[in-house]
Design a protein around this ligand. Structure first.
Ligand code: NDP
Length: 389
């Protein structure tokens, strides 16, 4: 057995009550002899957090939403767990001296400070929270270089790219082929976007995920964020990234090398695989479910993305070129627009308009500090909010 598996890894899961958080707890359940939970956090789902705390018995927990924390009475029934303060709990746990691995499964820009805290403390950061790499990639990379922290992607596409990069050298990479299912509206004419309902947009054809990323998949903003995430994570230029629509979500991404070889990673769409890979890398842990049969899958198809229909995907390449605070504004305006759509305040077709108009009004700051990123995020939320009408 490799040395690093002899000692149990201590894991902190930030956003333990979400889709990724729950899948991560599943992975822990299947690998109890190798990993234990040191800390769990939630925002509002206090009952779900209480259940997870009772089952996994972490030493620490945190509820970030102050109102939810105040009204949470379940802590009384749980012995042996220390609840951290709502305002600082996530960052304290991300940097906790006893933590080996921090899985950041918080949704949205709210995850940035925790990602930074984890890398500054030299942890292995298993990164699901793509938004933090999108808006603060330079800060995270710099902090990781200084501390020696590892940042391992959990996003299935980036995990696939990570795996496909291993057989070659970075200088030998010609292109990264970032796949995407195309979402539920791949074949819907743009003229029909005005009448798209919340239920239709939340019905992803291949993945079962949290609400925000599911809407992002429907607008293809998710792929847009993933383009920026890939640029920052793999430190490549955007012209090396090509988005390929692959409706079956079996090939999670590919890397083409200079000799024309293309290396791909395939599996059924199940986030437990990239989560497990990020937690145990370079080890692969056996998985009981999801055995893959090419003959059962039948055919795999590919097509070009429709940039006219999915304008946010097209914009991602401009945002990367612009750099600085552009990505923070692009992301924050989208978070506001998606939340408004989920609350039935705006139509689906208004989401890209809100993002584009907010970005148009922004004066970009290059090489921003954390404070400047957070201020751009705040400004974009306020500006986008004014457009909701
Ligand atoms: P969910 O909405 O299902 O879960 C989000 C988690 O974050 C919940 O635990 C939630 O707490 C917590 N949270 C929400 N707001 C805050 C906040 N302001 N501060 C602290 N915690 C907060 O999201 P997903 O699990 O779907 O996604 C999580 C991240 O992983 C996203 O960045 C997403 O893009 C990425 N990702 C997700 C994939 C998936 O399959 N779901 C695939 C690839 C990437 P509570 O529920 O208690 O309110």
């Amino acid at each position: 057995m490799p040395f690093y598996l002899l000692m149990k890894k201590r894991l902190v899961i930030l956003g333990a009550t979400g889709s990724i958080g729950r899948s991560a707890l599943d992975v822990v359940s299947c690998n109890k002899e190798h990993i234990e939970v040191l800390g769990l956090t939630a925002n509002t789902q206090t009952d779900a957090l209480g259940d997870a705390v009772r089952e996994f018995k972490p030493k620490y927990a945190a509820i970030t939403n102050p109102d939810a924390f105040k009204t949470f009475t379940g802590a009384k029934d749980i012995s042996g767990v220390e609840f951290m303060p709502p305002e600082t709990g996530v960052e304290q746990l991300a940097a906790h001296p006893d933590a080996d691995i921090v899985l950041n499964a918080i949704v949205g820009a709210a995850g940035l400070k925790a990602s930074l805290a984890a890398v500054k403390a030299g942890k292995r950061l298993a990164l699901a929270n793509k938004e933090s790499m999108v808006i603060g990639g330079d800060l995270i990379n710099r902090a990781a270089s200084e501390s020696g922290a590892e940042v391992i992607p959990v996003d299935s596409e980036h995990s696939a790219i990570w795996q496909a990069l291993i057989p070659g050298r970075k200088s030998e990479v010609r292109r990264i082929l970032l796949t995407g299912s195309g979402g539920p509206f791949r074949q819907t004419p743009r003229e029909d976007f005005d009448t798209i309902t919340k239920a239709q947009a939340l019905n992803h054809p291949t993945w079962n995920m949290g609400a925000k990323i599911t809407i992002d998949s429907a607008t293809m903003m998710n792929k847009a964020l993933e383009v920026i995430e890939a640029v920052n994570l793999f430190r490549v230029t955007a012209d090396k990234i090509e988005v390929v629509i692959h409706p079956q979500s079996i090939i999670h991404s590919l890397v083409e090398f200079v000799d024309n070889s293309i290396i791909a990673q395939l599996s059924h769409p199940d986030m437990r695989l990239p989560i497990s890979y990020a937690l145990f890398y370079p080890e692969r842990r056996p998985a009981e479910n999801g055995h893959f049969s090419l003959s059962e899958v039948g055919s795999l198809t590919f097509q070009k993305p429709d940039f006219d229909k999915f304008v946010l995907l097209h914009m991602a390449f401009e945002v990367v070129k612009t750099g600085g605070t552009a990505a923070a504004v692009f992301n924050a305006a989208n978070e506001i627009a998606v939340a408004a759509f989920l609350q039935d305040v705006v139509k689906f077709s208004r989401i890209p308009d809100i993002v584009i108009h907010t970005l148009d009004r922004h004066t970009v700051i290059s090489d921003p500090s954390l404070e400047q990123i957070l201020e751009a995020d705040r400004w974009a939320r306020e500006t986008a909010g004014k457009m909701l009408g």
